[in-house]
Design a protein. Structure first.
Lengths: 111, 119
């Protein structure tokens, strides 16, 4: 069963703009992870945030987690055409258990 | 991060035949492997969880007799799609847990995926 719901489903922006994607989930989690997937390819792990963390940064990525609202957001700053991809959040109920993926956000960055 | 190799990356087979997909952890022992399926423009759906040396646990709605999973060693799990039909055409992705950090590592490492087309 799917845990997360991403919002928006699709996002189109210009290079240099920021992109924000949101993810909501239903049950308690140990951690939440964000992945990128280029068309027809495998997954690239972007960032992991644990349930006791509220914010995490990695390069141009900023992830927040609000466990009271069961939601997370992924912010990509100064987007590039190469950021064009689908982005998925995935949650693990406990450390090491299967990741359950959200429906994803398709991001299109035009130059 | 740890490396998970999935093979083949693409396969085309005829209806009624079986296809085997391999998932290998190259530099760590994977005590648990997960298999996902992804239809076009959709998300990844967990199919089953396999622990080395024991039977796989299948998600609701996944036919265990159709999708045979074997996890006979700590570095190899296989998914066999039996009597494949065109509706089985999909992208299949494995992930492995174990990791250099020790048992119970949190990050899941994914294979590159296998695009199966049944004609």
């Amino acid at each position: 069963s799917q845990q997360g719901e991403e919002d928006p489903q699709a996002l189109s922006i210009q290079e240099g703009e920021n992109a924000t994607m949101n993810c909501s989930y239903k049950t308690s989690i140990n951690n939440l992870q964000w992945y990128r997937q280029n068309s027809g390819r495998g997954l690239v792990h972007l960032i992991l945030i644990r349930s006791n963390e509220r914010e995490k940064h990695s390069g141009r990525l900023r992830v927040t987690l609000d466990t009271s609202k069961k939601s997370s957001s992924l912010l990509i700053t100064a987007s590039r055409a190469a950021d064009t991809a689908s982005y998925f959040c995935a949650t693990a109920a406990q450390a090491g258990t299967a990741l359950i993926f959200g429906k994803g956000t398709t991001l299109s960055v035009s130059s | 991060g740890a490396v998970v190799s999935q093979h083949p990356s693409r396969v085309i087979c005829k209806s009624g035949t079986s296809v085997k997909i391999e998932c290998r952890s190259l530099d760590f022992q994977a005590t648990t492997m997960f298999w996902y399926r992804q239809f076009p423009k959709q998300s990844l759906m967990l199919m089953a969880t396999s622990n080395e040396g024991s039977k796989a646990t299948y998600e609701q709605g996944v036919e265990k007799d159709k999708f045979l999973i074997n996890h006979a060693s700590l570095t190899l799990s296989t998914l066999t799609v039996t009597s494949a039909h065109p509706e089985d055409s999909s992208f299949y992705i494995c992930s492995a847990r174990g990791g250099r950090q020790g048992a119970g590592g949190t990050e899941a490492f994914f294979g590159q995926g296998t695009r199966l087309t049944v004609v």
